[in-house]
Design a binder for this molecule. Structure first.
Ligand code: GLA
Length: 356
C-alpha cells in the first residue's frame, strides 16, 4: 500500500446481554463480530484545488458524497455518519487532510448489528491515520474510549440518535473468543472468555429495519431520565429496587427492566466463568421477556422471529440492540439446528488498521 494510504476495519457487534443499560450507567456483555465495515482512505493530490475536501464513495450503495473538511453541511443517511465523524475528528484536533474514502461492508444496515458504529469507528481510524501519515508532526495518540465518545457525539448530534457507548466500545475493544463486560459507570472494559465449544450463537433478521433516531429509542431514554429526576438520582445505576417500585407507570416498568438487566449481566458473567451455557440460554429468555413486557421495545415481527428460534430448539433467544425491529440472537446447543436464514456469529477482534 503506498505510504500515505490507509485502510481500517470496524466490526459490528452482538450484545450477549445487557440491553438499554449503557445510557443508564449500567452493565452490558457484548462482543465484536467478524462482519463489519472497511474504510479505505487516500489523500487527495496536494496540487488539487479540492485538497480541503472529502470525497466519499459507498461502494455497496453505489452512492457518492463530497463535502468541505472545514465545515461539512448536515446530511441524512450514511452521509450524516461520514460528515459527522469527519467534523468531530477535526474539532477534536486530529490533523485531517483532503481525503478520498471508499466504504464497503458486509453488515446489513438496520439489522441491530451496529453497522453505524462499525462505520464511525472505521472512519475514525482511517481518517486519523491518513492525516497522521501526511502530517506526522501533528499526529495524536488517543485512548480508544475517547474515540468511542467522539463516535457517540456523531450519533447524538449529527444523526439524532441519543445512543450510549455500547456499540462503539464493543467495536473498538473486541477480543477474539471473548465477550466484554462493560461497566458504563467507570467505562471499564473487562474481557470474559466465551467458550462456546460446540454450542452456536446465531442471529436471525426480523426483516423489520430499525432506525434508532426514529424508533421509540429516544422516548425510552427520555423516560429513564424522567425516572431519575423523580428518584433524585444521577442514573438508574444508583436507584434502589424499593424506590423504583414507587415510580408511576410506565416509568416503574422501564426502571425494573434496567435494574433486572444489570443483575442478569452479572449472572451471565458468572455462568460463562463456570461454563454453564444452558444458564446463558435462560438468561437470554429472561432478558427478552423483560425487553418485551417492561421496556416494550419489541414488535410483532421480532416476536415471530423469537418464536422461530424457539421452535428450532434454541436454548434461549432474545432481541438484540435498540429494538423496535432488527435481529434476534439465539443460542443453540450441540446437535440442534438454527432456523433457515440464521447466521452464526463469533466473538472477534476489535477495530484495527489493515495492512496492504
Ligand atoms: C442501540 C444503541 C446502544 C444501546 C442499545 C440498547 O444499539 O446504539 O447505545 O443503547 O441500542 O442496549
Amino acid at each position: 500500500m503506498p505510504a500515505e494510504r490507509s485502510a481500517a476495519f470496524g466490526p459490528g457487534r452482538v450484545n450477549l446481554i445487557g440491553e438499554h443499560t449503557d445510557y443508564n450507567q449500567g452493565l452490558a456483555l457484548p462482543f465484536a463480530i467478524a462482519e463489519g465495515v472497511t474504510v479505505r482512505g487516500q489523500p487527495l493530490p496536494r496540487e488539487s484545488r479540492d485538497a480541503q475536501r472529502v470525497s466519499a464513495y459507498a461502494r455497496d450503495l453505489d452512492e457518492h458524497d463530497e463535502f468541505s473538511l472545514a465545515a461539512p453541511p448536515r446530511a441524512r443517511g450514511w452521509r450524516a455518519f461520514v460528515r459527522g465523524t469527519t467534523a468531530e475528528l477535526a474539532s477534536a484536533g486530529f490533523p485531517l487532510v483532503g481525503t478520498r474514502l471508499e466504504i464497503t461492508g458486509d453488515l446489513p444496515a438496520g439489522a441491530g448489528l451496529s453497522s453505524s458504529a462499525a462505520l464511525e469507528v472505521a472512519l475514525c481510524l482511517a481518517l486519523a491515520d491518513v492525516g497522521a501519515r501526511v502530517c506526522p508532526a501533528g499526529a495524536k495518540t488517543v485512548r480508544r474510549v475517547e474515540i468511542a465518545q467522539l463516535c457517540a457525539r456523531v450519533e447524538n448530534d449529527w444523526v439524532g440518535a441519543q445512543t450510549g457507548l455500547l456499540d462503539q466500545l464493543a467495536s473498538l475493544y473486541g477480543v477474539a473468543e471473548n465477550a466484554l463486560c462493560i461497566d458504563f459507570q467507570t467505562l471499564h472494559v473487562e474481557p470474559v472468555p466465551l467458550r462456546l465449544g460446540r454450542w452456536r450463537l446465531v442471529v436471525l433478521d426480523s426483516g423489520e429495519r430499525h432506525v434508532t433516531a426514529r424508533s421509540g429509542y429516544n422516548e425510552r431514554r427520555a423516560e429513564c431520565a424522567q425516572a431519575c429526576r423523580l428518584l433524585g438520582v444521577e442514573s438508574l445505576r444508583e436507584a434502589s429496587p424499593s424506590a423504583v417500585e414507587r415510580l408511576p407507570e410506565p416509568l416503574r416498568r422501564r426502571a425494573r427492566h434496567v435494574l433486572g438487566e444489570n443483575e442478569r449481566v452479572l449472572q451471565a458473567v458468572a455462568a460463562l466463568q463456570a461454563d454453564e451455557l444452558a444458564r446463558i440460554g435462560q438468561l437470554l429468555d429472561a432478558s427478552h421477556e423483560s425487553l418485551r413486557d417492561c421496556y416494550e421495545a419489541s414488535t410483532p415481527a421480532v416476536e415471530a422471529t423469537v418464536e422461530r428460534m424457539r421452535a428450532a430448539g434454541a436454548a434461549g433467544a432474545r432481541m438484540v440492540g435498540g429494538g423496535f425491529g432488527g435481529s434476534v440472537l439465539g443460542l443453540f446447543a450441540p446437535d440442534t439446528h438454527p432456523p433457515a436464514g440464521a447466521r452464526e456469529v463469533r466473538p472477534s477482534a476489535g477495530a484495527h488498521l489493515l495492512e496492504g
